[in-house]
Ligand binder design. Sequence first.
Ligand code: SF4
Length: 363
Amino acid sequence: MEPLPIATASDTRTNVKALGEDELEAFVQSLGQPAYRGRQLFKWLYEKDARTFEEMTVLPKAFREELSTKARIERIEAERIDTAADQTVKALFPLSSGRRIETVLIPDIDPRGEARRLTVCVSSQVGCAMGCGFCATGLMGFQQNLTPGEITDQVREMNTLALERFGLPISNIVYMGMGEPLLNFDNVMTSIDILTHESGFGLSPRRITLSTVGLARRIKKLADTQPRINLAVSLHAPTDAQRSAIMPVNQSTSTDLTALREAITYYTEATGRGVTYEYCLFDGVNDSVTDAHKLADVVRWAPSKVNIIMYNPVKGLDFARTPDDQLHRFIETLVKRGVTVTVRQSRGDDIDAACGQLAVQEA
Ligand code: SF4
């Protein structure tokens, strides 16, 4: 296959993969075409995975030629794939900006060694502005938002890989990679529209989970915009003092635990869905039995479950993993208090693909 033209910073043509279906309709109308041509374009971009306008034979030839001069199809492809001992896969994608992102494919392998479920963890930004004290991505600072196409291309590439390696398509998508998805709100919502559209990837919204650091106002907006996907909230501490010490976002009254409580109540009432609280255990920081009791009080706000995450140490950061006996005491306390608890096993930590470990090393 011919190499694809690489978009450059000086390429002013419209990147059609930065647009959702409605915007594609508006774009083709701006070129004097009827709106349905925009829907045809959408179908060829995602269902048929066209790389060039010339391939889109459903469109008139003159319009395809006009598109080639006024628009471009930006596409990202993995330049490096690492595989962990547990078969978790991490892919490195270069962007047209020259920056890079990482995406992880996490297979759930049954006792016979066959994959039952394949989850893709996508990035929504390069770096992250939230600066959580325990996170490698936070150390990078915020660098850029990803377009809808850059997000959905991660899914497309990982789906191809899943079929090659495991003989199955991906089953779940989690927005838990690099970045805070609610700070790239419009592009993330458009990417979800594409992933769930019957002419896009056709995935059920039930198979998509968005994980946020807990931006209260945007959680409410999410409830109004995409009420059918799953929401996970990174809690990581049961009191304002403890949470503010490790998550700067909590230091504002618009995003502290009181604001979060109000937003989550709104979310559960508006959507009829519960939330998952992510709680990463750090040795001596948030893992005492007293912390577990306080956590049980906090999560009673609304229908929920707590997903305990075992910390994956990050070089240069002063946090350590909670010992197993403390983990068991913590879980036992929560369960006795009637909290639904799951424990997420660490995956892919030998290739720095585990939670909180994604950070592109620039050469
Ligand atoms: S944990 Fe999430 S929100 Fe916090 S710095 Fe890392 S990527 Fe950003």
